[in-house]
Write a protein that binds this ligand. Sequence first.
Ligand code: CP
Length: 305
Amino acid sequence: MRHLMSPLDFTTEELEKLFDLANDIERHPAKYAHACEGKILATCFYEPSTRTRLSFESAMTRLGGRVIGFSDAASSSASKGESVSDTIRVISCYADICAMRHFKEGAPMVAAEKAGIPVINAGDGGHQHPTQTLTDLLTIRTMKGRLSDFTVGLCGDLKFGRTVHSLINALVRYEGIHFIFISPEELRVPDYITEMLRSKNIPYEEVIRLEDVMPKLDLLYMTRVQRERFFNEEDYIRLKDFYILDRYKMTLAKKDMLVLHPLPRVNEISVEVDNDPRAAYFKQAQYGVYVRMALILTLLEITVE
Ligand code: CP
């Protein structure tokens, strides 16, 4: 039995197979419409979500399976003090696979140790968000035709942004990646990540002004400053609108640069950018369904001829 806790749980060869499957699902959805008949996905979300939970539910439904779950810790027996370990042992009696989001780093890993079914980390605190990374990689590979040789700008909350941490971990396995980290001083990428990059001789820069680096970027990954990760409301208010990608800044970018964002967005991308052909973030959300369909099939070891 296999779980997904980190994007590194799959080799790059396994990821290629997963992305090929996701692309095939996009082209031939009818072929997969009954693949999970009789199977049940449990979505256990202790933290709010729109995309991750609903794209998992859409994915299982499009595969002909069914979905059970909760979208709020308060409506589950966690509110009575039940542990994640006990909850997953029970969910293992009700479902064939589980996607879990938790506000505590490592909680899905604890669940996986006790589970009788595959567990997918659907985001744990400020740590990892592997299925968002699969979504990001599929979007890049499909729209650019490769996953190597990019200058990648990551902009915004690089300290608490779990999507950023997961994506960096995943991209370091590809050739020719150069990172540019764009953040205010207080939201710099954690030291353990820059130490890892130095140990692998992967080039990176840290800058504060987005405008200065726009012309260099092949991919720009924008992120939200996350109110829920701040201890101090004043700090959040001071930093929340530090970056706003607008039409003017897009004029500085390459003609084929892609703008990605895991969403939700608040103010960090002006809506006037949405119609720019380089804005890929809504397409990215669509790819999230295909890659989660491919992931469910892979973890349940279901093949479709
Ligand atoms: N991208 C993402 O994880 O969005 P949600 O928080 O809405 O699931």
